[in-house]
Ligand binder design. Structure first.
Ligand code: ASP
Length: 314
């Protein structure tokens, strides 16, 4: 039994392993681990305390995938609910669908009895205001909800290197099944309604118990365009190790063109329990690993593979 996660999963990885040790499934472990990251108001990239969109509203994306059946559930642009990963799991279990967004996702969450709450914390609201006042005056900020040119401001206010963050969990259980989950508040100051890669199965999340599972954090638009998580599993299927598969998806990302290119982080766990973490952001990023015979999670360095990055602001 093994769990790997992004560094911000530290608050949840031990609980996730307890779930596996108690006989829970990989899907149970992934959900349990991510719920604790979502509840951590100090983490401004996931759940409670997540940074809001351009209009100051927190919109959450999440997905969860069962590698044994490839059943998946995802929600996007969800407002006002505490645990998007559990709502995504309910989509997987209760509906014939994979992805619900915005009002539909909120309606479903209400029907399922999930807790509603304001997700914008005081700290995130202050950070939002300060961030936007760096690129616009107070009058423009006050007028934003009525303005017809949000598309201009989103290019100025979104900072590719410092605006994002996501939590990634992958678990391999005693029965040999893999599951993967991703949860995020997405890009700080994103355009309202924008979905990243986290709720897109195949982009930010993919699990197939025959081969492996992969999850992403970073510029979601790039993982969507390159089909990053699904590609990683196809590379495993073709015989690559997790490290080789990780290198190949980073090379694929490096061939993308256009005016908006930023960094990506990928985690891969294969069906044999081998793993790799990659980053194109900066050297020195890590990921966490915990097996059933370890008492504390091990922090391992991600392989740094620089890719072209540039951001056209105007
Ligand atoms: N991948 C996330 C998104 O694009 C953000 C991040 O991980 O930085 O919404």
């Amino acid at each position: 039994m093994i769990i790997i996660c992004s560094e911000n999963g530290e608050v949840g990885i031990r609980t996730a392993m307890e779930v596996l040790k108690g006989g829970g499934s990989a899907l149970d472990a992934v959900e349990a681990g991510i719920r604790l990251v979502e509840a951590n108001a100090e983490d401004h990239s996931v759940g409670l305390g997540g940074y809001p969109n351009l209009l100051g509203t927190v919109e959450l994306d999440a997905s969860i995938m069962d590698g044994s059946t490839r059943m998946s559930g995802a929600i996007g642009a969800l407002k006002g609910f505490a645990h998007p990963i559990s709502i995504a799991r309910a989509v997987l279990e209760k509906l014939p669908h994979v992805l619900l967004v915005a009002e539909g996702a909120e309606r479903f969450a209400q029907e399922m009895g999930f807790d509603e709450r304001e997700m914008l914390t005081e700290a995130a609201a202050v950070a939002w205001r300060e961030k936007l006042l760096r690129v616009m005056d107070a009058t423009t900020l006050a007028e934003l909800p009525e303005r017809q040119d949000l598309w201009r401001w989103v290019r100025l206010s979104s900072d590719p290197q410092r605006s994002g963050g996501t939590t990634n969990f992958i678990a391999l259980d005693n029965a040999g099944n893999l599951a993967s989950g991703v949860s995020t508040s997405g890009w700080f100051a994103k355009y309202p309604g924008r979905l990243g890669d986290s709720p897109i199965i195949g982009a930010g999340n993919y699990a197939d118990s025959r081969h492996g599972a992969a999850t992403c954090t970073g510029m979601g638009e790039m993982a969507i365009r390159a089909g990053t998580a699904r590609s990683a599993i196809l590379y495993l299927q073709q015989g690559a190790t997790p490290e080789e598969a990780g290198r190949r998806v980073m090379e694929d990302l490096d061939t993308l063109g256009g005016p908006y290119l930023s960094g990506m982080n990928v985690l891969i766990l294969d069906a044999q329990g081998r793993h790799a973490g990659m980053t194109s952001h900066v050297e020195g990023r890590n990921y966490l690993v915990l097996t059933d015979i370890m008492t504390v999670p091990l922090k391992l360095p991600r392989t740094y593979i620089p890719t072209r990055q540039h951001w056209q602001e105007t």
